[in-house]
Design a protein around this ligand. Sequence first.
Ligand code: CA
Length: 237
Amino acid sequence: MKNNEKKKILIVEDEKNIAELLAVNLMLAGYAYEVAYDGEEGLEKALTGEFDLILLDIMLPKMNGFEVCARVRRRLSTPIIMVTAREEEKDKILGLDTGADDYVTKPYSFNELLARIKSNIRRSGGELIAPEQSADAEHVLTVRGLVIDTERYSVERDGTPIELSKKEYDLLSFLAANLGRPYSREELLEQVWGYEGFYGDIRTVDVTVSRLRSKIEVDPSKPEYLFNKRGVGYYIK
Ligand code: CA
């Protein structure tokens, strides 16, 4: 599933020209991307956990790259490449334990950067070819406070275990593994219920969604995890 999708890169860069150039080049190289123009926005986007790699500038408005990096690291293992403007900054990265995986110094060639991106994604397990292996390497799905361990079939919210039925669990882990992508009820019946779903009623999906919400959401009437995009389908964000 995830292996057929484009790798998604978060560009955190306040200089619009640089960000746009990077974005265009990444797109041409076959990557999906999003751009954040300051540190706070970068952190917020990074913590959604939907990126395969983060390109992080250091000198940023609102929150600098060192802090963004350290805060992302408390929650996620997404590879981070720090982009430094000066040699002193490079020394600082090496000296500080920010948790960055790699760094490049401006000005850099895009080919050099691309090579770093590839090797960092590969090292993180993101480019494994066999889906089974990749599922093993990434058996914990995290959506903010929600932690889904697909090896132990357990779910926790903010450290508290949540009991789910088999189908509730299947639905949650499927949507969490495909973060942000909405699925129609028909698609979910096919993907999550499989053979049974062939004979199923699409209302089965609604019922399971509402049960799941009552368990994972703090306030099921104001969902923070499981959303419904009207006319499109259900998704987790
Ligand atoms: Ca900058």
